[in-house]
Design a protein around this ligand. Sequence first.
Ligand SMILES: NC(=O)c1ccc[n+]([C@@H]2O[C@H](COP(=O)([O-])OP(=O)(O)OC[C@H]3O[C@@H](n4cnc5c(N)ncnc54)[C@H](O)[C@@H]3O)[C@@H](O)[C@H]2O)c1
Length: 113
Amino acid sequence: MKQGDPMSRRQFMEVTVAGAAVAGVARSGSPAALSMPADTKLNVGVIGAGIRGLQDMESLLRTGANVAMVCDLYDGHLRRAQEIQANTPTTKDYHQVLSRKDIDAVLIATSDH
Ligand SMILES: NC(=O)c1ccc[n+]([C@@H]2O[C@H](COP(=O)([O-])OP(=O)(O)OC[C@H]3O[C@@H](n4cnc5c(N)ncnc54)[C@H](O)[C@@H]3O)[C@@H](O)[C@H]2O)c1
């Protein structure tokens, strides 16, 4: 990929995460190299939809992100997620979130244990 080429959301996240992992890159790198179209909507998965996960889900939605799938073991929390965003796909198996190629980032807010 050449600088200035449009990048997919997944490529954007990969580059951003990889960049953040390398000390100093974020400070010296060109923001243009990480640009993505302003109207791009991030697809986010949520694993663990308890107190924190649902709060963060609401924050994500306020930023304009799409919550593409929510995973929790408790039906009540999955129902609450669907009240927050109607028709959100839900699952009790987190592998289903992680295997979705269209999901750009995953928020994990499971219990500490
Ligand atoms: N509640 C807060 O104010 C707060 C603040 C800061 C950080 N945190 C951190 O956030 C995390 C979650 O805390 P919480 O208060 O939301 O707890 P919570 O118990 O309300 O929520 C955790 C959720 O994770 C789900 N879960 C557990 N194992 C799972 C699995 N294998 N697959 C799918 N879902 C699973 C549970 O069913 C539950 O709904 C913890 O690490 C906590 O320390 C919480």
